[in-house]
Design a protein around this ligand. Structure first.
Ligand SMILES: O=P(O)(O)OC[C@H]1O[C@H](O[C@H]2O[C@H](CO)[C@@H](O)[C@H](O)[C@H]2O)[C@H](O)[C@@H](O)[C@@H]1O
Length: 261
């Protein structure tokens, strides 16, 4: 289901609350995006931070859900663990190219890194344009233009051309001031479904939380499995979300209140 608008305050009422805490722990599974959802957007990928109280809340909610809380992110597993330290949660990293099940076991076929010719060509493109930034994450690579937003069209066009030419096994994933290259067919929806096939997620109702285009795959997958999708922040695009929170700050506040309930 795709809706054009969401009434954030009204739809917020659908979210599990501290009062329903005893029920949700046995029935639900949470899938949390990081940047723009739990984390405020920062000028650079390294510039993000998370309050200790939010990490503690995520830990407490994960315990209450029997471990059925996963991170679904465009970041690498290493980055996710660094941001959420000391937690080491089940996760789908790099848009699903890296999967980790509960307890640390790595799952999934593992996807190849983009051809070196692509990374080299992207590097040359970025080096010639001050303000652009290349983030090489392994199976996924990103070109950030947050410092030079006027280059958006140029970046999207050129990265698309280079992927067509050098990396037929990969595809574009636009995001917030970024164009990412991820393994073809490897998205957050497929990742959510893969995690839902195994304990402690199997048999639970998935709730996916996200803000960006890449998160729409996860929101749609959660709905397809009988769950809910929660959009964080305002968007001017159609969304599969069935509930909403106004901002990452509201998301953190909701997590902390839920954990305290
Ligand atoms: O799937 P997510 O957890 O939301 O990660 C998506 C991408 O997030 C990061 O980039 C975005 O956040 C940065 C920090 O706020 C910001 O500077 C950048 O403009 C955003 O695009 C990260 O760098 C990417 O690798 C993730 O895929």
């Amino acid at each position: 289901m795709i809706s054009d608008t969401l009434d954030a305050p009204a739809d917020r009422a659908k979210l599990p609350s501290p009062e329903t805490g005893r029920e949700y722990g046995d029935r639900l599974a949470f899938f949390l995006d990081l940047d723009g959802t739990v984390l405020d957007i920062a000028p650079t990928p390294e510039g993000v931070s998370i309050p200790h109280s939010t990490v503690e809340a995520i830990s407490r909610i994960s315990d209450r859900l029997g471990g059925a809380l996963a991170v679904i992110s465009g970041r690498s597993l290493a980055d996710i663990d660094k941001i959420l330290a000391p937690l080491r949660l089940p996760a789908a990293a790099l848009h699903g190219a890296e999967l980790r099940r509960l307890g640390g076991g790595r799952a999934g076929a593992g996807h190849g890194v983009p051809p070196e010719r692509l990374t080299a060509a992207l590097g040359a493109f970025v080096d010639a344009r001050p303000g652009l930034r290349l983030e090489d994450k392994g199976a996924s690579v990103a070109v950030h233009y947050r410092a030079t937003p006027e280059r958006e069209d140029e970046v999207r066009t050129r990265v698309g051309e280079l992927v067509d030419r050098f990396a037929p096994g990969h595809e574009l994933q636009p995001g917030k001031m970024v164009v990412e290259v991820r393994p073809r067919g490897c998205d957050k929806g497929a990742a959510l479904k893969a995690l839902m096939e195994h304990p402690p997620f199997a048999g639970r109702i998935p709730w996916a939380f996200g803000d960006d285009l890449t998160d729409e795959f996860a929101l749609e997958a959660a709905l397809a499995l009988g769950g809910e999708g929660v959009l964080v922040g305002a968007v001017d695009r159609p969304t599969a979300a069935t509930a909403a929170l106004e901002s990452p700050a509201a998301m953190r506040d909701w997590l902390e209140r839920l954990a305290a309930g």
